[in-house]
Ligand binder design. Structure first.
Ligand SMILES: CCCCCCCCCC/C=C\CC(=O)SCCNC(=O)CCNC(=O)[C@H](O)C(C)(C)COP(=O)(O)OP(=O)(O)OC[C@H]1O[C@@H](n2cnc3c(N)ncnc32)[C@H](O)[C@@H]1OP(=O)(O)O
Length: 278
């Protein structure tokens, strides 16, 4: 209840500090100390190089400002994030592909490895890279009638191990393996049943409130002890990722630049465009 009141106050009277980049905005409520990081790259928060750089710098800024927690959400009305910007991968040269993948890695490690309590207010669809961001957080509240999941195999591509880490942290091994091999997109209701999200909410405001309440559960816990404990759970995945980081970029570039993969991207884009014009 106290957190709810603080949130309400935050909407009107409590001073808050604002920071923004071209495609993100951050509001830190001075009373709660919690930062709300909104992704705002219309129409679907697709992840291009600039967007990923903005996201990374906002995450580090929040971390360096000693905020009490980070809530990730979207400024768009029905999409949390549509994942990697396929337009930026299609017909791109190897250098551009390498840069895109490096920036995706940078954002993931910034969020997954953050010592702060992190929560995702998933106010829209979260396929592929959108799911990656949500599952890098510690808690998820999601609106009904949306989808979330790692659908890479449906696109004929493979999500590398680090990209599956968040998923594997959350889902039982058997379920994670099945969902990843099927490239399954879960509806909100299925995601709750599977444990991929923590709560279904009726509005973005309620999602933010639930996230704030989650972060509030650590109010009496020593922040350093909390953070080190969290990172102990994540250390093996982070270490594994650091070992293969450069090779992973090379593998991605080699896969994504193959003519048959480029053709899949072109066809996929065309279908997306046809669908959006209907
Ligand atoms: C595809 C092959 C990639 C091969 C590379 C190898 C990679 C290996 C590891 C993989 C790791 C991450 C992969 C990814 O993240 S790939 C991206 C996967 N994303 C998706 O499959 C989501 C696609 N989008 C949707 O399903 C829907 O857009 C939505 C998110 C459910 C929202 O639906 P909507 O009805 O609200 O909006 P819609 O009309 O579909 O779209 C509006 C406009 O946005 C364009 N658009 C949508 N998604 C993307 C995207 N990911 N990249 C670029 N552009 C996108 C869409 O085309 C519409 O544009 P326009 O209005 O027609 O111009």
């Amino acid at each position: 209840m106290m957190h709810l009141n603080l949130l309400r106050l935050g909407a009107c009277r409590v001073p808050s500090r604002l920071m923004s980049t071209k495609s993100t905005s951050v509001e830190i409520n001075d009373k709660t100390g919690v930062a709300i990081l909104s992704m705002c790259r219309p129409p679907v928060n697709s992840q291009n190089v600039q967007f990923l750089r903005d996201l990374k710098s906002s995450i580090y800024e929040i971390e360096n400002n000693k905020s009490r927690g980070l809530i990730l959400t979207s400024a768009n009305s029905n999409v949390f994030s549509a994942g990697l910007d396929i337009l930026e991968m299609y017909n791109a040269d190897k250098e551009q592909l390498g840069t895109l993948w490096t920036e995706l890695q940078n954002v993931w490690i910034a969020l997954y490895g953050s010592g702060l309590p992190t929560a995702a207010a998933i106010n829209g669809h979260a396929p592929a890279g959108g799911c990656l961001l949500a599952t890098a957080c510690e808690y998820r509240a999601m609106l009904p009638n949306c989808v979330i999941g790692l659908n890479e195999t449906q696109l004929g591509i493979i999500a590398p191990k680090w990209l599956m880490s968040g998923y594997q942290n959350i889902l039982p091994q058997r379920l994670a393996e099945r969902a990843l091999t099927q490239g399954r997109l879960f509806t909100t209701e299925e995601a709750l049943k599977a444990g991929l999200i923590d709560e279904i909410v009726n509005s973005k405001e309620e999602a933010l409130e639930k996230c704030l309440n989650f972060i509030g559960t650590f109010a009496k816990v020593n922040p350093l002890a909390r953070s080190l404990t969290k990172l102990q759970f994540r250390a093996a995945n982070i270490k594994e990722f650091e070992k293969i980081r450069q090779k992973d970029v090379e593998d991605f570039v080699s896969l994504a630049s193959r003519p048959e993969v480029q053709k899949v991207m072109g066809d996929y884009l065309e279908n997306l465009k046809k669908k959006s014009k209907k």
